[in-house]
Design a protein around this ligand. Structure first.
Ligand SMILES: C[S@@+](CC[C@H](N)C(=O)[O-])C[C@H]1O[C@@H](n2cnc3c(N)ncnc32)[C@H](O)[C@@H]1O
Length: 145
């Protein structure tokens, strides 16, 4: 339906995150884990990702996918709310989120929460939404890089 655009967005996000060896990242609203998987597949070997989502069924499909790809040691899928992340401040080296912004009940608050757990000041949020979905936020796209 997106004519491969979603895959292109994912590749773009992975490139922007530029994860370094030994680093760890967070995928907010990971669904079945496609973006988290793309990050570990297209980054250097020693990169780990945690994907959080509040839909258990999506995570279970993702876990099966990880087993098939033998990536369960590099990607962990956890239940969680992207607007109230259960991680300490400054935990992750990179953060991504695809096609989720439109679902957040409090977009500026959700983005603040992502920045709270980000360690290095580098993140990429992949909206995948109509940009007007973010127009209520005073945080512009450019801040997400
Ligand atoms: C359109 S899907 C995108 C999934 C994935 N990011 C991808 O690119 O394939 C949106 C996902 O965001 C999740 N989601 C929406 N709001 C969320 C929130 N506040 N916390 C956690 N997950 C959320 C939904 O459960 C769903 O799996």
């Amino acid at each position: 339906m997106t004519a491969g655009l979603d895959r292109q967005w994912r590749r773009f996000a992975v490139k922007k995150m530029a994860m370094q060896p030994g680093s760890s990242g967070l995928d907010v609203g990971t669904g079945t884990g496609d973006l988290a998987i793309a990050v570990v597949q297209e980054s250097v070997p020693d990169v780990h990702m945690i994907g959080v989502d509040f839909t258990t069924e999506m995570l279970n499909i993702g876990r099966t996918k990880l087993q098939k790809l033998q990536l369960q040691d590099r990607v962990e899928l956890r239940e969680g709310n992207g607007e109230h992340l259960d991680f300490d401040d400054n935990t992750f080296d990179g953060i991504c989120s695809a096609f989720v912004a439109r679902n957040l009940s409090d977009l500026p608050g959700g983005l603040r929460e992502q920045f709270r757990v980000l360690k290095t000041g580098r993140a990429y949020g992949m909206p995948g939404d109509n940009p007007s979905a973010l127009s209520h936020s005073r945080i512009s796209f450019s801040c997400l890089f």
